[in-house]
Design a protein around this ligand. Sequence first.
Ligand code: G
Ligand code: G
Ligand code: MN
Ligand code: NA
Length: 250
Amino acid sequence: KALENDLRLAVQRNEFELLYQAQVDVMSLELRGLEALVRWNHPTRGQIPPGLFVSLAEELGLINELGHIILVAACTEAATWMRPLKIAVNLSPLQLQAPDFVQSVVDVLKTTGLPAERLELEITETVLLDNRERVVKILNELRALGLTIAMDDFGTGYSSLAILRDIPFDTIKLDKSFVRDIAENPQAASLVKLVVDVGTSLNKTVIIEGVETRAQHERIRQLGGPLSQGFLFARPVRASKLGFLHQAEQ
Ligand code: G
Ligand code: G
Ligand code: MN
Ligand code: NA
C-alpha cells in the first residue's frame, strides 16, 4: 500500500533512471546497440528493480505514463550519441493497448530528434494473449515508422512457432534460460542453433541473451550467433558511463 502511493508520486516526480546494457557482434565484439533497463531511485528505499514495480504500475494504471517517461528518456539519451547505435526499449503489453500509443511514439521521435531506425521496441510473447489482429496492426504501424520490433524472452512462452508465423517482428531475443548450459550440453546448444538458423532464414536479427562465460561465448561463436548480450560483455551501466558515446570521434 505504501509502495503504491510512492509509485504514484514517483511517476509524478520522475524518480526513474535508465541503465544501458551493451549488445555486441559475436564475431567482432563490436558494440551494436544498447538496451535501456529502468530502475526506480526511491527516496528512502534506494534503487528498486523493475521486477518489483513494473507489474504494480500495470495494476495501478500507471504503466502508460511510466512507459512514456522511459521512452522519452531513452530516446533523448540515444539522440546524443556520436554513433548511430540502436536503443532498445522494453514495453509492457498494456502499452500496445493504449489507443494513442503509435501517435505517442511518433511524437517522442519528433521531439527527441531520434531517427526511427535507431529505435527498437521490445515486446514479449504475452502480447499473444491480447487480440492478435489488433496487435499485428499496431506492430505494422510501428514498423511503418521505420523502427524495429524485438521479441524479448523468446522461447519461454507457449507458442513460439505461432509467433514466428503470426507476429510481425524484426529481432529475436533468445531467453537467457537457453544459454545457461550450452557449453556442456550439446542438446542445449542444438536448441540455440535451431533458433539462430530459423531466425536467420526468416531474415530476423538474433540476439542471444544472458551470456556470462567465455565458454558460452565460444559455443555461440561456433553456432554462428550474430549478436549477444550478457554480463560477460557488459553489465547494465548508468548513462554517465557512456562518455565514449558522447565524444566526437577522432
Ligand atoms: O534489469 P532487470 O534484469 O532487473 O529487468 C527485469 C525485468 O524488467 C526484465 O524482464 C525487463 O524486461 C523488465 N524491464 C526492464 N526495464 C524495463 C522497462 O523500461 N519497461 C518495462 N516494461 N520493463 C522493463
Ligand atoms: O527480460 P529482459 O531481457 O528485458 O531482461 C533483461 C535483464 O536481464 C536485465 O535486467 C539484465 O540485468 C539481465 N541480464 C543481462 N545480462 C545478463 C546475464 O548475462 N545474466 C543474467 N543472469 N542476467 C542478465
Ligand atoms: Mn528486454
Ligand atoms: Na529477455
